[in-house]
Design a protein around this ligand. Sequence first.
Ligand code: ATP
Length: 217
Amino acid sequence: MRKNIGLFGGTFNPIHLGHLRGAEEIREAFCLDEVVFIPSAIPPHKAIEEIIDAKHRLEIVRLAIASNPYFSISDIELSRAGKSYSIDTLRHFREGCADTLFFILGGDAFVEIETWKDFQNLFTLCHFIVMARPGFHKTPAASQLPGALTSPFHYDLEMRVWIHSSGHHLSFREISFLDISSTKVRELIERGESVRYLIPPETEAYIHQHGLYRKRG
Ligand code: ATP
């Protein structure tokens, strides 16, 4: 039977409870059979110096999702040489796959989507779900899309989704949106302060065991 698969990409440097709670709420709301976490190798938008080794980020995600049977991990972006582009990742998952794919991303990432490689073609490959912050429902539909996307999409008032000319949907879904960021987690660790209740305990133990995100020198 055809499955609904969520694809959730990120630097996950490190993964935190905001990512995990968001993915869980989206999984439930969209009846997803699986959410695949895809850590990126060298994200085109981020400073490389701050990003810890891919093998550690992969292990940290693996530990963080281990107790959720709906969550899995893919190392596709890490096993590919060079920068991570979502268009290549989506093509990889699309190829020879009969399942229905949903790309999941945060509102903060979506506002920059026009800077992503080949962004217009992203929407021809799968559905998109944007995790929106509380209060988003008050945003008028017309102001939800960046300028370059207004022509290939039209808004369906009944379903409250944007429909792409390819037939794929773009949905904005309000989630609890815990006010946590990887930046904040890294800063706290660097200062030797507690990150308890911001990241899963297994992840915290791994970070401490390997001395990650500590100030060097
Ligand atoms: P950094 O602070 O290093 O920029 P980040 O916390 O934003 O990192 P990323 O790995 O860059 O984490 O994010 C991966 C995806 O998760 C992005 O689509 C981002 O918008 C989304 N995201 C980030 N923080 C949250 C959060 N607290 N709740 C829900 N989604 C989030």
